[in-house]
Design a binder for this molecule. Sequence first.
Ligand code: HEM
Ligand SMILES: *[C@@H]1O[C@H](CO)[C@@H](O)[C@H](O)[C@H]1NC(C)=O
Ligand SMILES: *[C@@H]1O[C@H](CO)[C@@H](O)[C@H](O)[C@H]1NC(C)=O
Ligand SMILES: *[C@@H]1O[C@H](CO)[C@@H](O)[C@H](O)[C@H]1NC(C)=O
Ligand SMILES: *[C@@H]1O[C@H](CO)[C@@H](O)[C@H](O)[C@H]1NC(C)=O
Length: 496
Amino acid sequence: MFQFSFLEILLYLVFILALLICKPLVQMLLMKMKYGKKMYMIYYPFFGRGIHYKNQIKRYNDIMHFEKMISQENPEVEIIVNNSFMGLTQIFIKPDHIKQILQNQDLYRKARKVFLFGEKMFYKGLVFQEGEDWKLARNVLSKSFEFEQLRARIPLIKKLCEEKFQQVQEKEAIDIINISGNIVGEVITQSFFSQSFKNINGQTFLSELVNVLISIISQYRVAPYRCSTRALIFGEQEFPNWTLSKVEIQLLARLQNIKDILKISIQERQKMQNKPADFLTAYIDTIQQNPKLTEEHAIQQYILLIFAGIDTTSNLFGACCYALSVHPEWQIKLREEIKKQYQTYEQLNSENINMSNLITNFINECMRMYTPVPYLIEREVIKDHKVGDYFLKKNSQVQLCVLANNYDVNKFPNPFNFNPNRWNTQNIDPFLFIPFSTGKRNCIGQHMALMEIKCLLIYLLMNFEVNLEGENHVWTQKFVYTIQNEKFISLKRLAK
Ligand code: HEM
Ligand SMILES: *[C@@H]1O[C@H](CO)[C@@H](O)[C@H](O)[C@H]1NC(C)=O
Ligand SMILES: *[C@@H]1O[C@H](CO)[C@@H](O)[C@H](O)[C@H]1NC(C)=O
Ligand SMILES: *[C@@H]1O[C@H](CO)[C@@H](O)[C@H](O)[C@H]1NC(C)=O
Ligand SMILES: *[C@@H]1O[C@H](CO)[C@@H](O)[C@H](O)[C@H]1NC(C)=O
């Protein structure tokens, strides 16, 4: 038996505390000495950036206030360093550094620690795949995501807009992000499987899937201490069954149920003679030539697209609605433009969907001010190297902030003014404005997203007046950058 005195245990605890508090602080101070004014420190013991974010919301009603102000308040800063339990993160904001990193993506891998049960949900999906797996999957899917292929979906998108907005309660605060999310989710499902799926437990298949994903991912928030301790002891992904809570077991069963339904559909498709031209067929054709790809890959690829596609697109549309409601003059301007370009909704098609510069400028300005993905997914450094003057050590964490440049006073004068006209003359550095990232791992869904946003926007403005509900809206980060209160607008049908 070992014998520890009370004092020894106390000293030991103090030592651990000191380590947790001091180690990141000392590391950070050493970096600060090296980089001086070019580096901005965000240090909070233990909890790291969480506290910083809480303060931003409390003071400014905007979790991204610091990022938006940095070009004005700290113009010399090139790198931000923050801390958490997991160590330090080095955040780059300058276009040159972002360029260097995005053009050399083989020096990094996506951090996979972030999502509970990620291996069972979507880590075999494009956002998280690496190396040859990624290359193969990206090849399979890229063609399906080009505008030329996607244009065939426009009639479906239009039909869904008409359907879902029929049910809208007029003059009452509504959850526009949920409504548009349902449309986007249906488009992804139809593009992948050319079919819809039956309700589960009285919910649409899509709501069940989205609810299960959200519930699993939020376990870290619901039970932070249990989840973090477990991850510390057993690693991030595979842990013994007895460590699962009742809720987690239920969620995993619901996930499995969904995956079984998808699997049956895939197996039926494999037997089919005349396969419809959709994402699944593209996948199955490759599965047959490449035994490394399995049904599980196809299932996870679909779940990944749901995860990556819905919230991003529907929140961008939410931001467009917000902008329309706080800038009624733009609502009028765009409605006139739409009347002139399209007359009726039937006339909107793949030939004319891009016609209007005014609409494109408006969407760009919404993406500049309310970009759904202000930070790219965290990367881990694979081998020692330098980015500009900054030395990146193997296994250290790197992040790219997309948002800071969108508010750079030198590139976008009066950045807090909503001014779509600035895009008429804007001649911008291709690494400055990157709402969809750029380089070989850019957003594969960007054409789909823009196509949907345009269909939604045109339908909305043809049929409704958009009004703001409530005041002092708080911008926060859920999965994406968004307004905290979901019901922030109402619609009023226009007289025909
Ligand atoms: C306004 C809507 C959207 C925005 C702002 C957006 C943004 C992004 C960004 C910034 C990335 C890079 C992430 C990183 O490297 O850390 C990305 C990647 C990706 N996005 Fe999107 N996205 C949108 C819509 C969509 C849609 C509709 C889909 C699919 C249906 C989609 C599928 C993907 C996939 C699969 C990747 C990973 C690509 C790869 O690594 O090869 N996105 N997106
Ligand atoms: C640092 O801040 C970024 C961006 O907000 C966040 O995603 C990341 O998790 C933080 N890193 C640490 C170690 O807390
Ligand atoms: C979103 O819409 C779906 C489908 O109409 C509905 O089942 C679900 O309850 C809604 N979710 C929220 C949070 O309102
Ligand atoms: C853990 O539980 C899952 C599903 O409940 C089951 O499939 C698996 O075999 C179990 N693993 C062990 C080691 O008991
Ligand atoms: C329309 O815009 C999309 C996405 O922005 C682009 O990929 C496509 O090539 C454009 N199509 C036409 C016909 O100009």
